[in-house]
Design a protein. Sequence first.
Length: 202
Amino acid sequence: MTVAETSLARPGISPATLARLGIRHVIEEEGLRLVGQRYAGIYIPYGVQVKGEPFGRLRLDVQADGRKYTQRTGTGVHPYLPAFPELACQADLVLVEGEFKAIDGCKFGVPFIGLGGVNAICKKGTHDLVDPLDQLVLNGRQVLLVFDCDPESTPQMPHKPRVEEAIHRAASVLYSQGARPVILYLARTTKWSKGVKLGLDD
């Protein structure tokens, strides 16, 4: 298996699904063309235009300045909606951190939306939902929020205070739009004890 194939392999997600969504490994030259930065990694197209250019994020092969992901400068935050049109008619929505958790979750027949971070649900400095979340009909719709648990978290404190604050802020914004937000906490078991980061796809 090549380095590119190894980095692209994702637990629970088939290569065919990744190909269907246009997710691929790119070398530094293509990374420069796609996001304006010379990095190699997994390119995740979002299927939307931002400032007249196709928007996507790059999951870096090697972290840079503490970052796992990068994107074109000045393009803002955007939610990732996997292109599974057959799920569009489902009533419930699930918000998770990261594109791959969203893709993995969709196999259960529920539309998952991936956020680029705990504060990525609203436009910067506002309480307005980011596009295209602001175009979804949320009135009466149940929206589950399932964020990652940090390695230091415990059953009594599943998230850091700043993450917990962000979750409740997101729930408040969704509620103001008529949605029925529900916060779910991931339970730690013997296998996923304290000291291990825990996400929905673990």
